[in-house]
Write a protein that binds this ligand. Structure first.
Ligand SMILES: Cc1cc2nc3c(=O)[nH]c(=O)nc-3n(C[C@H](O)[C@H](O)[C@H](O)COP(=O)(O)O)c2cc1C
Length: 392
């Protein structure tokens, strides 16, 4: 019989379908987040086996995780040898151990090979079986900065255990955002077909100063850039995101630009990448910015100059260069995209229309040098994956 939590399975994606995650929950106040985390992993198709330390059970009632996963949490090891059943080199063993949140106590015990709770025994067994293990520390900053805890984090790293960086806020080393933890799980259990490849994604709209207060910009939301960077990360790439005005997740290495001139300077100093995907909405015109704020209430004439094209500058920095072309309608987008591919020396160009501006969905066509045109529509995350499938 199915449990109501099964209704969620795969509602966000199929990326974890067929995968089993042992979710260890320890005695941090962030244990309350583990309910949402379990649900989010289920939405990507995972089967989640909850395991709780006694301290976690004092903070979160096991029924909450039972409800979230459809499985009664392991709160004691019994004659059923739950640690061996789930993590012990058996045919149907789990695919990974995720300890989120992970207390200072549990991470130090794992580092020092102590196991005296169901979570630490799962860790001993998982590490011995060669299962990927990801610890997500959450604690007061004073605990995280304790040199013994730091040493133990390093010990874990040296044993190949993955660690998520906490989010520093309000004097705490808090559990990172849910999206961050899920992205790391997707990277560990995903197809890894972009592993080791350096990818640069450039996205967001540039802003050209008219005066110290006002800017000339456009309606691009940068959501496509975020989706592309996230998809490349989940598939194992070493990703860098250059952006303007976005709020990228902490797991992405990112830096910002503002004007098209800033961006040109960045490109001139850039290294080499396997792939550069430029979906930045460059405000094609710039003007000489006034030093003082312009007075209001009177007509204003602006003289705009065209800005340098970025794609030709990016060409020498990438084996694979992908550009985007946005137009108001499909026919014009396809025509202009093809011209752009040739003019800018692109390997692929993604044509899309103003219908894709701002929202979570895109309607796009991916064109290669032979003029093969592949439609890619749906959520921007799906379009991003489609593009990464094609250009690899
Ligand atoms: C309400 C409460 C919140 C706590 N939050 C944390 C925390 O965020 N991080 C941490 O390392 N310890 C925290 N502790 C302390 C741990 O629960 C304690 O070290 C416990 O021994 C951890 O056991 P475990 O690692 O087996 O779960 C908290 C304790 C309480 C009572």
């Amino acid at each position: 019989m199915t449990h109501p939590s099964d209704d969620l399975r795969g509602s966000s994606s199929d990326k974890l379908r067929g995968k089993t995650v042992v979710l260890g929950v320890t005695g941090s106040i962030a244990a309350v987040e583990s309910v949402k985390l379990a649900r989010e992993l289920t939405r990507h198709g995972a089967r989640v086996i909850p395991v709780m330390s006694p301290a976690a059970c004092r903070i979160l009632h096991p029924d909450a995780l039972w409800f979230a996963t459809g499985r009664k949490p392991v709160t004691d090891l019994t004659g059923d040898v739950e640690h061996v059943r789930h993590c012990g080199r058996r045919e149907n063993q789990a695919d990974m151990l995720l300890v989120a949140p992970c207390t200072a106590n549990t991470l130090s015990k794992i580092a020092l090979r102590i196991d005296d709770t169901p979570v630490t025994t799962m860790a001993t067994t998982a590490v011995g079986s060669g299962l990927p293990a990801l610890l997500v520390p959450a604690m007061h900053a004073a605990m995280y900065d304790n040199p013994f805890v730091r040493d133990n984090l390093q010990r874990c790293r040296e044993q190949g255990i993955h660690l998520a960086d906490p989010r520093r806020a309000e004097g705490k080393a808090k559990m990172p955002e849910m999206e961050d933890v899920v992205a790391r799980v997707l990277r560990l259990l995903g197809k890894n077909d972009w592993a080791g490849k350096q990818v640069l994604v450039v996205g967001g709209a540039t802003a050209e100063y008219l005066d110290p207060v006002r800017v000339l910009t456009n309606r691009s939301s940068g959501k496509m850039a975020l989706a592309l960077a996230a998809a490349a990360y989940q598939r194992g790439a070493e990703v860098e995101l250059w952006h303007h005005g976005l709020n990228p997740p902490a797991y992405l290495s990112s830096s910002t630009f503002t004007t098209s001139v800033d961006l040109v300077r960045r490109v001139q100093q850039a290294g080499r990448y396997h792939c550069i995907i430029n979906c930045a909405a460059i405000t094609d015109f710039t003007c000489r910015a006034q030093e003082r704020k312009m007075a209001s209430g009177q007509p204003l004439d602006l003289h705009l100059e065209p800005v340098p094209r970025i794609n030709p500058l990016l060409r020498e920095h990438a084996n694979l260069l992908v550009g985007f072309k946005l137009e108001t309608d499909r026919e014009r987008a396809l025509e202009r995209a093809w011209e752009t591919l040739h003019r800018d020396g692109l390997d692929y160009v993604v044509a899309n229309t103003t219908a894709s501006l701002g929202g979570d969905d895109a309607q796009a066509w991916i064109i290669d040098r032979e003029k093969n045109t592949t439609p890619a529509s749906g959520a921007k995350s799906q379009v991003a994956d489609r593009l990464l499938d094609l250009i690899r």
